[in-house]
Each structure stands twice: as structure tokens, then as C-alpha cells.
Design a protein around this ligand. Sequence first.
Ligand SMILES: Cc1cc2nc3c(=O)[nH]c(=O)nc-3n(C[C@H](O)[C@H](O)[C@H](O)COP(=O)(O)OP(=O)(O)OC[C@H]3O[C@@H](n4cnc5c(N)ncnc54)[C@H](O)[C@@H]3O)c2cc1C
Length: 394
Amino acid sequence: MALGISLVHCTKKKMSETILYQVAIVGGGLGGLTLSIQLAKQGIAVVLFEKKKYPFHKVCGEYISLESKPFLERCGIDFSKWDIPIITELSVSAPNGRQVKQHLPLGGFGISRYSLDAELKTLALKNGVSIYENTTVHAVTRLHKDQYTLDTSNGMFTAQLVVGSYGKRSNLDIKFQRSFIKRKPHALANFIGVKYHIKVTQGLANEIQLHNFKNGYCGFSKVEGNTWCLCYLTTAANLQEHGSIEALEREVLSQNPHLKAILESSQKLYNEPLTISNIDFSKKELMKDGVIFLGDAAGMITPLCGNGMSIAMHASHHLSKLIPHYLNGVFSVAQLLERYTQFWKKNFAKRLWVGRLIQRSFGRPVLSNWVVRFFAVNKKLLYLLIRQTHGKTF
Ligand SMILES: Cc1cc2nc3c(=O)[nH]c(=O)nc-3n(C[C@H](O)[C@H](O)[C@H](O)COP(=O)(O)OP(=O)(O)OC[C@H]3O[C@@H](n4cnc5c(N)ncnc54)[C@H](O)[C@@H]3O)c2cc1C
């Protein structure tokens, strides 16, 4: 905080002495937290707003591609203190139970968002980031070229640049009138996510399982400790048709014998499942009203690729190298956006496209039964397809 410039800032809402931060980050998920750490390490005055209070659970499959592990270690994460499983195998089942298994080209590891995000928050504080938890950003206004105000539930703040890393969908998307918000999603493209931590009697710690069911798919893999993550995506219409999550699991997910076995033999560790709604995977712009987007706010890969967290962190790594040039006056906002867009297209456009393509075959019983049967005899092709969804170490 000491690095910021102190100025007197007057607004109708609150008149107070505030700090002019160099960068304000809205949303403390993996994208926002890792960006804040990297910028603070370069001596930049950063403030981060998170509407919830750490630690907290998130709807996420909690499988992280190994491409991100060295990066997280550079951010300061010491994985040796958790007993994290390294995941090297993939198993995919069709709604009828037919299975195909494949070794993962790169692989991943399992860690709960509850632990990881809270640890990154601690590291961000250690590096000098100002963090406001339980603080929702309601609006961002660009005053002039490099000054923005943020209207938050904790008062007004000022920054030279604002990064929106607030996830898939937020109140701010409506304020910014982003184009994807205005589009009415097709009934079959409006998804909900459901997640539990569970205890199981048997399971392979080095395997991630993806199980198809009618109009959805479910990931199952181990995280730290003696805990497993069960997370599924389905259409809002599917839930509506069956009336409740219990009925959906009983009448639809359990048609897949593998899911039935998991659901019947496991112990759920939450009283209620964690749910999110209104997930859509359409394209998004990378900047609006001078605010630059990061992570899911910039574009979301379909979860079955198990790569959204790595995309958020990889983009934060690149942004952390571009932003200092903007702050030093080397780049204008337009140049910052141009470089960032080039990076996005080069590194993620194909992965996002492949993700959308694969997702189309998932959840359609006849098609996914056929796809699983096809890959069971063409395992090399499955290997090549998986490789398209993972990136390189950064
Ligand atoms: C069902 C499902 C399963 C998934 N499984 C995997 C997986 O196994 N592996 C993988 O790599 N990815 C997976 N993903 C994707 C992954 O969860 C995301 O890509 C990743 O969390 C993106 O990080 P982020 O920082 O962009 O957003 P988030 O982690 O969503 O963080 C955004 C933060 O912003 C906060 N926020 C929102 N609005 C405001 C506001 N106005 N003011 C202040 N704070 C705000 C939120 O509380 C939140 O903490 C999955 C996604 C879904 C839906």
C-alpha cells in the first residue's frame, strides 16, 4: 500500500483520503491472485477485491494441468506441505458404461480450490498486495486515460489500470453491457455446475475419470488429503426437468453404472452441493471500457478439457509482463490490448475451439456411446486429441 500515491478523493458516496493504486484487480480467483503476486513482486502497487472471504469452496473439477505447476511454485506455493496426487491416467465412460482409458500426455495434479486460493491469498499479502475480502465491486468508471474509480461495497478506490478477473459471469458484465450477456443462451447451451467433496472406499489416486450421462458429464478425481472431487456440468433444462439435484442424480447420472457406483458408495462432505448457473462458453471480448479481462472473464474453456485454471494463470503470467510497459508509458491501452490479443489467439484460441467441439459430443447418449467406442479402438487418436487441450509449461 505504501507504494501507491496518496490523494484526496471526493465522491457522493464517500469522501476519504484514498490511495491511487497502479493496478486494481477485481476478483481473487487463480487469475487475479497470481497476477497480483507477480505485479507486487515487480514493485507495483496492487489492490485486489474479492467478494467472498477466504477460504471458500468453488465449483471446479480441481484437476490442474502440470503445465502450471512450475509457475505456481514460482509464485511461492510449496506443494510439499500437501499430499497432492499426480494424475497420469484418464478414463472416459459413455452413458451406457462402456469405458476407454488412456495415459495422459502431460498429466496434472489434484488440489482443492479451498486450499489453493487461500494459500495464494496469503502469498499475495506477503508480497504487499492490498486485499479487500468480502468486498464486491459494483462499478468501474474510466475518469480519463489512466485513471479509473471502483465503486465497491467497501467504498471508492482509484487505480491507473483495472483488470477484471471476476470469473464466468458477474454483476459487472451487466454494467459493462458485454456482448455475451445480451445474447439469450440456447436451452442446450445454458449450463449449471454442481460439485461435492466426497470420501470414497476405493479409487485410483492417479486417474481422472470423466463419466457421460444424458445432457452432461461428471469429473471425478482425487485432491489433497483423503478427499475426492466430484463435479458435473449439465444443462439448466435437465435440472428443471427432474426438479431437484437428488432426483437428477438418481434418475439421470445413475444411469451410468460407474456414476451409480460412485454416488452409492461415497460419503458427501458438504451438507448441500455447491452449484453455479448460467455458464456459457461463447466468445468474449478481452477489453471493455478500458478494463482488461483475465481468466474466465476473458473466455472460458469447456471444463472437460480440465484446463481453465491453467489458461487463467498462463494469461496472468503474460499480462504481468505487459502491464509494467503500460504503467511506464511505453504502451498505450490500445497497444496493451493488441499484444494481449495476439497472445490469446496464439495460445488459447485453438484449445477453446477444440474444447467446444469435444463438448458437443458429450452428454448426447447415442453420440457419446459411439465416440467412446471409436476411441476404444483408436487410442492413439484419443491421445492426440487430449494433447490439443493441454498447453506447454510457462
Ligand atoms: C463445472 C466446472 C468444472 C471445472 N473443472 C476444472 C478443472 O478440473 N480444471 C481446470 O483447470 N479448470 C476447471 N474449470 C474451470 C476453472 O474453474 C476456471 O477456469 C478458473 O476458476 C478460472 O479462474 P478465474 O480466476 O478466471 O475465475 P474464478 O476462479 O471464478 O474467480 C473469480 C473470483 O471473482 C470473484 N468476483 C466475482 N464478481 C466479483 C465482484 N463484482 N467483485 C469482487 N469479486 C468478484 C468471485 O467470488 C471469484 O472468487 C471448471 C469449471 C466448471 C464450471
